[in-house]
Design a protein around this ligand. Structure first.
Ligand code: NBP
Length: 472
C-alpha cells in the first residue's frame, strides 16, 4: 500500500518523527535533500515500513492522496527551498506541515500563499527534542482546521500522552501561524524557567559553599512538590554528573558559562514589544544569556568592579525554603506573562486560542512539562476569559503567600551582590500589576510638558493639554 504520510528532512528530528509514525502502524515515505542520509536511515531500519525516495518527484508520487507531508528541515531558507520545489508537484487538498522552528510570521505568509493554490499549510510547533520526536512530542499545529482534521488521528497517536489522564499532547491551535506562535511562546517560557532555575542554583551553591551534592539533593527534593517538572528533574540529574575528561570535578563546573540561543526567546520578546504586552521574564532570561556571552569582558570587569564586602547573615535551611517559594512565585509570574501575551496575540491575529488546552498539551512530551500546568488548565476551565492567571484563586493564593519569601530572597541577593534578574522581574511585575496607581501620571505630565502629547484626567473624560509655559 502507498505510504499514508511522508517526512522530508532526515536529520535527527525528521528521522525520529518518521520512526515514531511508523511505529504506530503507518507506512512512511522519507526524503532528504542529500540522498545518502535517506539511504542510511532506510538501511539502518530496513525492517520497518519506510519508503525511501531519492528525488522529490518520486517522493510526492509515492504518497496516498490527499498527500500528507511533514517537513523537518532547517527553518528559514531551507524551508522555503523545499516549499518551492513542492508547490508544482502538489494538488489541491494536499496537506503540507512545517514542523520546524519557523518564525510565525513566515508561517502566516506561507499559509496564505499556498492557500491560493488550494494547498493546505500547517505550521506545527514540535517540542521535546530528539527523544520527544521519537517517543512522543508535544505538538502545536496551526493552519486550516479541515486540514488538521485530515492528520489529527496520526498526530494524536504520535504525540506524548499526559500522565494525569492519558490525553494526547496535541490540539488544533488556530489558523495560519497560531501553532508556531504558541511554540515560540513555549520556547520563551522555557528560557524563563531555565533562567529562574539557574538563579536558584547560583544562590544554593553560594549558601552551600559550592557543595553540589547538596544543591542536587535540594532540586531532587523540590521535584517531589509543586515545582515537579522535567527541567527541575534534569537539573538534579545534571548536578550529580562528574567530568568525562578525567578530572574529579563535576561536569557543570567545567562547562563554560556562556549560554547560546537559537532566537526563539528573542522572537517572543520582540513580539511582546510589538503587541505592547509586558514580557519582562522572558526578556530578562534572553538578556541573561546575552550578558553571559560577554565572558572576556566579565572577567575583566570582575577585577575592576567590586561588589558588596559581605553577605547578610541568614539561616540556611530557612533560606533554602524561601528560594523554593521564590522560584515558584517567579514561575507563576512567567506563565502569567506568557499566557497574557498569547491572549493579546490571539486578539491581534484573530486566532481563537484555547488557553486551557494549550496548557494541557504542554503537560507531557515538551521541555516545560510540569505538574503545575494542570493548575493553569483548571484556571481556564473556571474562566476561559481570564485576563491574567494571577486573578485565578489558586495562583492568587500562592503568590500572596509566597511574596514575603521572594522579597527576602531578592533583598538578600542584592545585598550579597548575586544577580537575580529573573526573580527581580517577577516581583516587579507583581507589584506593578497589583498597583491601582502607578507613577505614569508624571510621565504623562513630562510628555505633555516637552512635546504637547496631551493627557487624560482621572476625574473627567476628555483629552487635555496644560499651558506649561504660562505663569499661573
Ligand atoms: P536541522 O535544523 O539541522 O536541519 C537539517 C535538515 O535541513 C537536513 O535534512 C538538511 O538537508 C535540511 N536542509 C537544509 Br539545512 N537546507 C535545505 C535546503 N535548502 N533544501 C532542503 N533541505 C535542506 O535539523 P534538525 O535538528 O533535525 O531540526 C529540524 C527542524 O526541527 C528545525 O527547524 C529545528 O529548528 C526543528 N526542531 C528541532 C528540535 C531539536 O531538538 N533539534 C526541536 C524542535 C524543533 P541536508 O541533509 O541535505 O543538509
Amino acid at each position: 500500500s502507498k505510504p499514508t504520510i511522508g517526512v522530508i528532512g532526515m536529520a535527527v528530528m525528521g528521522k525520529n518523527l518518521a520512526l515514531n509514525i511508523e511505529s504506530r502502524g503507518y507506512t512512511v515515505a522519507i526524503f532528504n535533500r542529500t540522498g545518502s542520509k535517506t539511504e542510511n536511515v532506510a538501511k539502518e531500519h530496513a525492517d520497518k515500513n519506510l519508503v525511501p525516495s531519492y528525488t522529490i518527484e518520486d517522493f510526492v508520487n509515492s504518497l496516498e492522496k490527499p498527500r500528507r507531508i511533514i517537513m523537518m528541515v532547517k527553518a528559514g531558507a531551507g524551508t522555503d527551498a523545499v516549499i518551492n520545489e513542492l508547490i508544482p508537484l502538489l494538488d489541491k487538498g494536499d496537506v503540507l506541515i512545517d514542523g520546524g522552528n519557523t518564525f510565525f510570521e513566515d508561517t502566516i505568509e506561507r499559509n496564505q500563499r499556498l492557500d491560493k493554490s488550494g494547498i493546505n499549510f500547517i505550521g506545527m510547533g514540535v517540542s521535546g527534542g530528539e527523544l520527544g520526536a521519537l517517543q512522543g512530542p508535544s505538538l502545536m499545529p496551526g493552519g486550516q482546521k479541515e486540514a488538521y482534521d485530515l492528520v489529527a488521528p496520526i498526530l494524536e497517536q504520535i504525540s506524548a500522552k499526559a500522565d494525569e489522564d492519558g490525553k494526547p499532547c496535541v490540539t488544533y491551535i488556530g489558523a495560519n501561524g497560531a501553532g508556531h506562535y504558541v511554540k515560540m511562546v513555549h520556547n520563551g517560557i522555557e528560557y524563563g524557567d531555565m533562567e529562574l532555575i539557574s538563579e536558584s542554583y547560583n544562590l544554593l551553591s553560594h549558601l552551600y559553599n559550592n557543595d553540589l551534592n547538596k544543591v542536587a539533593d535540594t532540586f531532587k527534593d523540590w521535584n517531589k512538590g509543586e515545582l515537579s517538572s522535567y527541567l527541575i528533574d534534569i537539573t538534579a540529574n545534571i548536578l550529580t554528573r562528574k567530568d568525562d575528561q578525567g578530572s574529579d570535578d563535576f561536569i557543570v563546573n567545567k562547562i563554560m558559562d556562556k549560554a547560546g540561543n537559537k532566537g526563539t526567546g528573542k522572537w517572543s520578546s520582540q513580539s511582546a514589544l510589538e503587541l505592547g504586552v509586558p514580557q519582562s521574564l522572558i526578556t530578562s532570561a534572553v538578556y541573561g544569556r546575552y550578558i553571559s556571552a560577554y565572558k572576556d569582558e566579565r572577567v575583566k570587569a570582575s577585577k575592576v568592579l567590586d561588589g558588596p564586602k559581605a553577605a547578610p547573615d541568614i539561616n540556611v535551611d530557612e533560606f533554602v525554603e524561601k528560594i523554593r517559594k521564590a522560584l515558584y512565585f517567579s514561575k507563576i509570574m512567567s506563565y502569567a506573562q506568557g499566557f497574557a501575551q498569547m491572549k493579546a496575540a490571539g486578539e491581534h491575529y484573530d486566532w481563537d486560542l484555547d488557553f486551557g488546552k494549550i496548557a494541557q498539551i504542554w503537560r507531557a512530551g515538551c521541555i516545560i512539562r510540569a505538574q503545575f500546568l494542570q493548575k493553569i488548565t483548571d484556571a481556564y476551565d473556571k474562566d476561559a476569559n481570564l485576563d491574567n492567571l494571577l486573578l485565578d484563586d489558586y495562583f492568587e493564593n500562592i503568590v500572596e503567600n509566597y511574596q514575603d519569601a521572594i522579597r527576602d530572597v531578592v533583598s538578600y541577593a542584592v545585598k550579597a551582590g548575586i544577580p537575580v534578574s529573573g526573580f527581580m522581574s517577577a516581583v516587579s511585575y507583581y507589584d506593578q500589576y497589583r498597583s491601582e496607581v502607578l507613577p505614569a501620571n508624571l510621565i504623562q505630565a513630562q510628555r505633555d510638558f516637552f512635546g504637547a502629547h496631551t493627557y487624560e484626567r482621572n476625574d473627567k473624560p476628555g483629552i487635555f493639554h496644560y499651558s506649561w509655559y504660562e505663569e499661573q
